[in-house]
Design a protein around this ligand. Structure first.
Ligand code: NI
Length: 136
């Protein structure tokens, strides 16, 4: 009997979308406002979904205190109140789109969870734009 549990978190961060292989005109054409050379910020809403069997001893799929702690240590400390392009190793050479941020967060959290637990990330860049990773 599998159950999915969800943890919602929040962080804000600045970024600039930019492809180093393109000239300024092409970057402006593709990324528009998100290409602002002086960066801009987003209030990211992060939803972490962990799916697995209920442990008969605890009644939990995962201890939410543990999950919360791991997200704080591995994700929020890394990205909250940071400039993703300038302040983080992960996005020095990776365009910090919501898609790429979701994949990076999944990679960071995946190694902290038991293998039998299924992990999925939803990342809201705005109220109306959000991404899901992985996709079935
Ligand atoms: Ni943006």
């Amino acid at each position: 009997m599998k159950v999915a549990v969800y943890r919602k978190e929040h962080f804000n961060a600045a970024h600039r979308l930019y492809n180093q292989a393109w000239d300024d005109a092409k970057n402006q054409e593709v990324f528009g406002l998100c290409n602002n050379p002086n960066f801009h910020g987003h209030n990211y809403e992060l939803v972490i979904r962990v799916c697995g069997e209920i442990d008969p001893d605890t009644g939990y799929v995962i201890d939410m205190k543990y999950l919360s702690q791991v997200v704080k240590e591995k994700v929020l400390k890394r990205f909250d109140h940071k400039n993703l392009n300038l302040d983080t190793q992960e996005f020095k050479h990776l365009n910090p789109t919501a898609e790429n941020i979701a994949v990076v967060i999944w990679d960071l959290l995946r190694k902290e969870l038991r293998e039998d637990l299924d992990l999925k990330i939803y990342l809201y860049e705005t109220e109306r734009n959000y991404v899901e990773y992985p996709v079935q």
